[in-house]
Design a protein around this ligand. Structure first.
Ligand code: GLY
Length: 329
């Protein structure tokens, strides 16, 4: 059954859930967020990990003419997927240790619908394939050959994703085959994007080529709903960048949204998310994680392990690149 039909058949249930105030589920010992934001109170806003100015500008273009948050995040992150000078996302992403460029992406909308592709080769826009998975199939995740076959069926074109630059870097890497994380140095700067449209609805997308020179078959946090991205239209949304294994271990983005549900600000929730990771990695300093969150009121926050992570914010008051506070100074 196609997801659209499934959604149609379930529309009464979905409407019922959406109408339920989330505040009702909060325990007495936590301070719930006041669910005062209404469609007209929340102005459009988009945020994304790192200083991806062109991507956030594209998303803002969609939002500022009344486009949906879902269209905004898809169109926004596609800018980085297409940019071959960005060697961590989409076409031009660095390959795995076998020389294959394999892409991971996901997308999630205000109704909680989501789609994801993992280990996708030869397709430059995994986020759009993920959206097709969400809208045209009864599934959430398609992997590898199945995802690629589905993409061709949906009209996506086969492309060589390895560029001259990444091919040369890979050949250089083969000389030592050393695998180590370099903090903030582009072997893990995923783009995660979160938006609220003029109706007050939230969506998010996340896309990456993953860790450079990863094991063949490795999948990170970015396409895992709850880890690299989570959206709850009653509460807020979160996304992650950095070493995906650590984000998966804490189901980071879901954790942050749930912390916001319990009353934490986006900033407090991101700080707690990083602290949970550091508790499992006491004394370890060789990796970076950055979390970014937005709540239903349009308030944003971010936090990271090491200095250097920034996020780009675009709303009616303009746009800026905001540095994150970090666990280590
Ligand atoms: N956060 C991207 C990855 O670990 O693949």
């Amino acid at each position: 059954m196609k997801r659209r039909k499934f959604i149609k058949n379930s529309s009464l249930t979905t409407a019922g859930i959406a109408a339920t105030p989330f505040i009702a589920s909060c325990k007495n010992d936590v301070k719930p967020i006041e669910a005062t934001a209404t469609a007209t109170q929340v102005k459009p806003i988009v945020v994304c990990t790192w200083d991806f100015k062109n991507a956030s500008a594209k998303a803002w273009e969609v939002l500022s003419i009344g486009g949906s948050a879902l269209d905004a995040v898809e169109q926004g992150v596609r800018v980085e997927e297409a940019d071959i000078t960005n060697e961590t996302v989409g076409k031009g992403g660095r390959p795995d240790r076998d020389g294959n460029v394999t892409l991971d992406a996901c997308i999630m909308d205000a109704a909680g619908n989501c789609g994801s592709v993992v280990y996708l080769k030869n397709i430059a826009h995994p986020v759009s394939v993920a959206r097709k998975v969400m809208e045209e199939t009864p599934h959430i995740i398609l992997a590898g050959e199945g995802a690629e076959k589905f993409a061709y069926e949906q009209g996506f074109k086969k492309e060589n994703l390895l560029t001259e630059s990444t091919r040369k870097q890979y050949q250089e890497w083969l000389k030592t085959s050393e695998y180590e994380t370099i903090i903030n140095i582009e072997n893990h700067d995923t783009i995660g994007m979160l938006a609220i449209d003029e109706n007050g609805d939230l969506s998010g997308a996340c896309t990456t080529s993953g860790m450079a020179y990863k094991f063949g078959g490795r999948v990170g946090d970015s396409p895992i709903i709850g880890a690299g991205l989570f959206v709850d239209n009653e509460v807020g949304a979160a996304t992650a960048t950095g070493v995906g294994e650590e984000v998966i271990r804490t189901v980071g983005s879901f954790l942050i949204v749930e912390l916001m549900r319990q009353g934490k600000s986006p900033q407090e929730a991101c700080e707690e998310g990083v602290k949970r990771i550091m508790k499992k990695n006491e004394g370890r300093k060789d990796f970076q994680i950055g979390f970014l969150a937005i709540n239903k009121n349009g308030e944003t926050g971010s936090y990271c392990v090491h200095p250097g992570f920034t996020y780009r914010k675009y709303d009616n008051s303009g746009h800026e690149n905001i540095p994150s506070n970090s666990f280590y100074s």
